[in-house]
Design a protein around this ligand. Structure first.
Ligand SMILES: *[C@@H]1O[C@H](CO)[C@@H](O)[C@H](O)[C@H]1NC(C)=O
Ligand SMILES: *[C@@H]1O[C@H](CO)[C@@H](O)[C@H](O)[C@H]1NC(C)=O
Ligand SMILES: *[C@@H]1O[C@H](CO)[C@@H](O)[C@H](O)[C@H]1NC(C)=O
Length: 420
């Protein structure tokens, strides 16, 4: 018999296959040698896979039996015996839960200059840290007319619903009773320590609009909760709880992250009229007064030199979630009208953050105001970096250092909030 190598190009004579090599009752020497090679390779493969199976099995036992350290997620990738290989059941998102509970929450982003880079960043940050798991809708309010291209570029940042609306033209009209001479030549000091005469009139109209009338904009009518988003904020940590759901379940009306004391003017009280007007409102509207033992008033009065406002307020846009029903309620809207009639938006540069902070503090009970200790934020040169509640150390999902916390700065009003 001629030497025919196994698997050679030349076929076995008479259409011999690998199996009928044995037909004559004996195997050719070369064929035997190749056969042994195959058996050797197969045996080695079997041993190796058996070893892999055994070791991975041990590893999964280890994973099952031992606490997996939180910082080695790669261990969790090893499949365990009772781990399904198919995708897990879809957990209903918080938004689906909230729909069941009848919560209508939305993000409100105010656009003043059609700067689409800022708008895209503001939306994307929230989407990446929170909303890509929740799909709460976006409401974009603008003081300027927006191009369709702007809406397209900005809308591309979210898969949630997004609607655009302009603020009404009435926002640019002087309210009744404003002394135009004073409005055009305002008092020469402002809350922010600059000269109000240099602040454009349009920004004073906006401050007024965002302090009260905004809550009555028809585009907000379907919603109960609004999360005010600022284009200058960033979020160093994942936002793992759902603020809308939390506020609804705990019957809360206002929430914030950074309470701070701005050096509003040269001397305190630079401009006592906002505080005086607010107190006057409470005096003349006893039905809205909060009982002393449930009141937050110490937050804005504690430690003040003249027994007035201590200048503490909530940093605007640094995660403010509010219950629109309170801000549309007679209590807050009547408060706004009283403030508005005093003319301070035009004469003294009162800002929406000041009016909202004082109004919320005077008109809400302590139990309706929430400080988010678990939400990190950076805004206006201040930062809040949450720590792990159990260990007190920095959280692994955060891009911030605990040393950055505003709590350590003299500007912090957290102690005043907790009435310490
Ligand atoms: C308006 O303000 C100016 C400047 O403060 C003042 O002189 C004038 O009397 C005011 N007018 C009225 C009607 O109050
Ligand atoms: C919810 O809060 C509001 C105002 O803060 C209060 O009037 C109302 O009684 C509260 N409702 C419940 C169920 O606690
Ligand atoms: C506040 O005081 C009133 C009586 O003045 C009392 O009935 C009520 O339970 C107190 N509330 C709290 C939260 O301490």
């Amino acid at each position: 018999m001629p030497c025919t190598p196994l698997f050679s190009r030349t076929p076995f004579k008479n259409e011999q296959t690998f199996f009928n090599v044995f037909e004559n009752g004996k195997m050719h020497f070369e064929t035997k040698k190749n056969f042994r090679r195959i058996v050797f390779v197969l045996a080695t493969l079997t041993l190796v896979s058996w070893y892999i199976y055994l070791t991975s099995h041990e590893l999964s036992e280890f994973v099952l039996k031992n606490e997996v350290p939180a910082r080695s997620p790669e261990l969790l990738l090893v499949p365990t015996d009772n781990e399904p290989t198919t995708r897990p059941e879809r957990v209903p998102s918080a938004f689906e839960n909230s729909l069941k509970e009848g919560i209508k929450g939305c993000f409100v982003y105010f656009v003043n200059d059609a700067n689409w880079v800022n708008a895209r960043r503001a939306i994307r940050e929230i989407e990446d840290r929170f909303n890509n798991r929740h799909y709460y809708p976006w409401v974009i309010l603008s003081s300027v007319e927006l191009m369709p291209e702007f809406e397209e570029y900005v809308g591309a940042m979210t898969t949630a619903d997004i609607t655009f609306a302009q603020i009404p033209h009435t926002a640019w009209l002087f309210p009744q009773g404003i002394n135009l001479t004073r409005a055009y030549a305002p008092d020469s000091f402002t809350f922010r320590g600059g000269d109000l005469a240099n602040v454009e009139l349009s920004s004073r109209f906006l401050a007024r609009y965002l302090s009260g009338p905004v809550f009555d904009h028809p585009i907000l009518a379907p919603y109960s909760y609004a999360w005010l988003v600022s284009s200058t904020s960033s979020y160093p940590c994942d936002i793992t709880l759902d603020p809308f759901l939390y506020m609804h379940r705990h019957n809360m009306s206002y929430s914030f992250v950074i309470p701070f004391r701005e050096r509003l003017g040269e001397e305190e009280p630079t401009h006592p009229s906002l505080w005086d007007t607010s107190l006057q409102f409470i005096d003349t509207h006893p039905q809205y007064r909060i009982p002393q033992n449930q009141s937050l008033v110490n937050f804005i009065t504690q430690g003040s030199k003249h027994g007035g406002w201590n200048l503490c307020h909530f940093l605007p846009g640094a995660i403010e979630v509010l219950d629109l029903r309170f801000y549309k309620s007679p209590a807050y809207q009547e408060f706004f009208i009283a403030i508005d009639e005093a003319g301070g938006f035009f004469y003294a540069g009162w800002g929406p953050e000041h009016v909202r902070s004082i109004g919320s503090t005077l008109l809400l009970p302590r139990s309706a105001v929430k400080w988010w200790y678990e939400i990190g934020v950076r805004e206006a040169g201040l930062a809040y970096c949450p720590s792990d509640l159990e260990t007190g150390k920095a959280r692994a999902d955060c891009i911030c250092r605990l040393e950055e916390n505003f709590e350590r700065s003299s500007k912090s009003c957290l102690a005043e909030f907790f009435d310490l």
